[in-house]
Design a protein around this ligand. Structure first.
Ligand SMILES: Nc1nc2c(c(=O)[nH]1)N[C@H]1C(S)=C(S)[C@@H](COP(=O)(O)OP(=O)(O)OC[C@H]3O[C@@H](n4cnc5c(=O)[nH]c(N)nc54)[C@H](O)[C@@H]3O)O[C@H]1N2
Ligand SMILES: Nc1nc2c(c(=O)[nH]1)N[C@H]1C(S)=C(S)[C@@H](COP(=O)(O)OP(=O)(O)OC[C@H]3O[C@@H](n4cnc5c(=O)[nH]c(N)nc54)[C@H](O)[C@@H]3O)O[C@H]1N2
Ligand SMILES: [Mo]
Length: 790
């Protein structure tokens, strides 16, 4: 179903706005899944793919990293609406052929929306844009590899190359990719995690000694209290709602902490049950805290102070397993309630009721996602969640634990396999032992630093294993310039995206197999392996014939480039890894901790679970050998008068930069994406009305750039005062490159200081505005009273 025309997509007049929904899923979700699946794939492919989705002998859904139930407990339809959309998007029958690229110049393609680009279907041939070229043209695989090898081998140092990974890559492709980058000589391995759960990885590594969740799905089913902070499961992890329903049936209470009352947090109509299809559904949230953006650190400290005051603490656990408790206790006892209530936008009574729920629960699971990780104080906030878990001993016992819910389906596995710009020394030692070369030891560049290096002429080559680096990253204008200054950009992709159009002097698109497809190599049919959010590792086998006979698997492409570039440097046998992935898994079993016996373990139905010392034995491989309480001062975000804090979030009809459609059903938005959700009183205090069209302008004190995202329709919405929301990636031009989380360098995509100006006045290039006018314009308007101290 290629979209013929996207002329109207950015048009704010075609928007249809309704009140937000009060429940998620139900019959509509089934209808939408089927309509999209049939539309893109037809009936045979729909049946073939959806019935093997998330089955033990089938393939792993690429839509998110939510875990699967045990093999015996899976439904025939073990997928959700958005999983079905992800599959339909990949298994579409539409093709972007060489004829398509001949008919559309790169400049023309670049004028289309991300939605339209995705609708042009699967790329069928390797393609090249030569220096000065206006179009992509086909190229033979071996010629493509040779060009890449020449470019890489001509660099002054290996550190002028950047090797990006998106979290859909399998463990096998990730392993050979990191091996190639390190054998070539660099740790410049930025990944999507740098923009996602990096704050989690850093915080948990320091406080519990491992950057991963300490729970299994059974712990969710058996929890007494489940806290869901900064996450929208109804859209981004819909199968989590079935688990929450089961937990509720077992008696759990649920507390949601979110500026928005997301439909999936309110009520769930499980499409797998009759009650869900026609009945009232299950009410999920017992307590909803409509927190102001970036208020979570203050909230968690206030909860901690009440637990201390009431002595609702697990002293045995604290004494036997942790360090730093006294300092933390003194810190939270002194919490300033005035600061807490202004920063959170919550009352002392609401917070006290929330603390009561914690006090009464003997087993609490703490879930979180991007609402906590993408802020300046994100690492401190997540350490504060850990402090709360320590205080009540909610770690390493049934029904309890820390549950950062990952985004991309294999982002966690990629890290396990060594995709990390800061690999631990013991990992490099193992690589050295196994492959007999000296891997580089100094840290490489993460995502933000890679953009800086390209911008500053310190890097010249970019290779992306999946993803959409151009569009997913912050500060689009800066990033686009940086990518365009590269000598060569190479994208291993399934479908066209912005990264193919915002490209280097020479640009290559190397089309690859997706999860839905059969992967046959010289050694016979292959499977790949992935790890979910709960450290469960298992196999995935695609049921469909490849979209084109010219596609190669990610493993084949990476090992092909490696062989062309390195020849027999270091004597690594790339060919046998490509021919039979068992060879890669044998290396994994010897290099990656916890993966001993990998081949046998991943072949079991349901796979195996990686070791996790805090979960398994309440032991902590931190510097002190104990769980570490952390003390973090509350830093209040300064919001100048007349400004708002903007969060950038996902609609119900996208996967990151892949836009499936224009329906954010649960929030009542149809027919477009350029909306900004604002509180009623902020709208009027700023001199606007619901429905007005504005530009969003962001301000960042450290540079003079005026950042603008033009033409958004104001939508009155139940969001706390001073807090606005708009979709990602349309708002990425507003995120300043230098605005990142302390310690994790994750872009602050959930707290950008912005103002709104009448449409046409925000764009610095349009001539009608400059830094001064955006500022002075505000001074004579009536200002909202931001809840933050300023
Ligand atoms: N269908 C679908 N599934 C996906 C994705 C997708 O795009 N589409 N993306 C995948 C990826 S890579 C990821 S990382 C996950 C993302 O999953 P989520 O983290 O659920 O995604 P976001 O849309 O960014 O939503 C963030 C939520 O946090 C809330 N929030 C924002 N700021 C704050 C805050 O300061 N405090 C609190 N308490 N809450 C806040 C927002 O209101 C919103 O509900 O989903 C994964 N799954
Ligand atoms: N403002 C703002 N920015 C954000 C976020 C936010 O909340 N707000 N969220 C951040 C987060 S959490 C993340 S994870 C990043 C996401 O950043 P990325 O992972 O880089 O982006 P995606 O949109 O997931 O990548 C989509 C592309 O992957 C390719 N692809 C799909 N399947 C496959 C496959 O099987 N193999 C290969 N090789 N390629 C494939 C397709 O060509 C598709 O266009 O964005 C981050 N950026
Ligand atoms: Mo993510």
């Amino acid at each position: 179903m290629p979209a013929q025309n996207d002329n109207n997509e950015n048009d704010v007049d075609h928007l249809d706005i309704e009140p937000p929904k009060d429940h998620a899923a139900g019959a509509t979700a089934v209808a939408v899944s089927m309509k999209r699946a049939l539309g893109h794939m037809g009936p045979v492919r729909t049946a073939k793919t959806l019935l093997s989705l998330n089955q033990a002998e089938g393939f792993d859904c690429m839509s998110c990293a939510w875990p699967d139930p045990d093999p015996g407990h899976r439904h025939t339809a073990e997928f959700c609406e958005n999983g079905a959309k992800a599959v339909a998007e990949e298994a579409t029958t539409t093709r972007a052929t060489p004829e398509f690229f001949a008919a559309h110049s790169i400049a023309e393609l670049d004028s289309h929306t991300e939605h339209w680009l995705g609708q042009q279907g699967r790329i069928t041939h390797p393609m090249i844009k030569r220096p000065g070229g206006t179009h992509y043209e086909p190229i033979a695989w071996d010629d493509a590899y040779a060009l890449i090898a020449d470019e890489l081998n001509g660099l002054a140092t290996p550190d002028e190359a950047i090797f990006y990974t998106s979290g859909r890559a399998s463990n096998e492709s990730a392993f050979v990719y990191q091996l190639f980058a390190r054998a070539f000589g660099t740790n410049n391995m930025p990944d999507c995690s740098n923009m996602c759960h990096e704050s989690t990885s850093i915080a948990l590594q320091e406080s519990i000694g491992i950057g991963k969740a300490s729970v299994t799905l059974d712990d969710v089913y058996n929890a007494e209290l489940i806290i869901i902070a900064g996450q929208n499961p109804g859209t981004n992890h819909p199968r989590m709602l079935s688990a929450l329903e089961k937990a509720k049936q077992n008696g759990a209470k649920i507390m949601a902490i979110n500026p928005l009352r997301e439909a999936g947090l309110v009520n769930f109509k499980n499409p797998q049950t009759p009650r869900g299809m026609v009945g009232p559904g299950t009410d999920l949230t017992d307590m909803f805290l409509p927190i102001a953006l970036n208020g979570d650190l203050a909230l968690f400290q206030a909860l901690g102070s009440l637990l201390v005051e009431w002595d609702a603490l697990d002293h045995d656990f604290i004494e036997s397993h942790t360090t730093g408790f006294e300092a933390w206790r003194e810190h939270v006892k002194a919490v300033d309630w005035e600061v807490v209530t202004t920063t959170t936008g919550l009352t002392r009574q609401q917070i006290t009721e929330a603390a009561e729920l914690l006090r009464r629960s003997k087993a609490t699971v703490f879930c979180w996602a991007m609402g906590l990780t993408q802020h300046r104080n994100a690492v401190a906030t997540i350490k504060e969640v850990t402090n709360l878990a320590f205080a009540q001993g909610n770690i390493g016992k049934p029904g309890a634990g820390l549950f950062p819910i990952r985004g991309h389906s294999n982002v966690q596995g990629d890290r396990t396999m060594g995709i990390w710009e800061r690999p631990p020394q013991h990992f490099l030692d193992s690589v050295q032992r196994e492959f007999d070369f000296d891997p580089p030891r100094e840290h490489g560049l993460d995502t933000v630093d890679s953009i800086r290096a390209l911008r500053d002429g310190k890097a010249h080559f970019f290779l992306g294993l999946g993803g959409n680096f151009a569009q997913a990253t912050p500060d689009s204008d800066v990033t686009f310039k940086a990518l365009r200054s590269a000598r060569m950009t190479v994208q291993i992709s399934t479908k066209i995206n912005r990264g193919h159009l915002v490209c280097g002097e020479t640009a290559l698109i190397l089309p690859t197999l997706g999860r839905t497809e059969k992967d046959v190599q010289a050694g016979g049919p292959q499977f790949i392996t992935v790890e979910d959010s709960t450290c469960s590792v298992h196999a995935s086998r695609g049921p469909l014939a490849p979209a084109s006979p010219h596609l190669r698997s990610e493993v084949a492409i990476v090992t092909g480039i490696a062989q062309a570039t390195l020849g027999d440097r270091h004597g690594i046998d790339w060919a046998s890894m490509r021919e039979d992935y068992r060879t890669i898994r044998a290396h994994i079993s010897r290099v990656v901790p916890g993966c001993e016996g990998y081949e046998v373990n991943v072949r079991r139905p349901g796979g195996f679970i990686l070791p996790h010392p805090p979960r398994d034995t309440r032991s902590f491989e931190t510097e002190s050998g104990r769980g570490e309480f952390a003390v973090s001062p509350i830093e209040v975000l300064q919001v100048p008068a007349g400004h708002l804090i903007l969060q950038t979030l996902r609609s119900h009809d996208q996967f990151n930069t892949t836009i499936y459609g224009l329906s954010d059903r649960y929030r009542g938005i149809e027919g477009g994406r350029r909306v900004i959700f604002m509180h009623r009183e902020d709208i009027s205090a700023l001199g606007y009305r619901d429905g007005d069209i504005v530009d969003i302008v962001s301000r960042w004190d450290d540079d003079d750039n005026v950042r603008c995202a033009p033409t958004f329709r104001i939508v009155e919405y139940a969001t706390p005062r001073g807090c606005a929301a708009a979709y990602y990636p349309e708002t990425n031009p507003l995120v300043p490159l230098d605005s990142t989380a302390l310690d994790s360098n994750c872009p602050t995509s959930k707290s950008i200081i912005v103002s709104v100006v009448p449409a046409g006045q925000g764009d610095p290039d349009s001539g009608s505005s400059d830094q001064d006018s955006t500022g002075s314009d505000w001074d004579h308007k009536s200002h909202p009273q931001p809840h933050h101290l300023s």
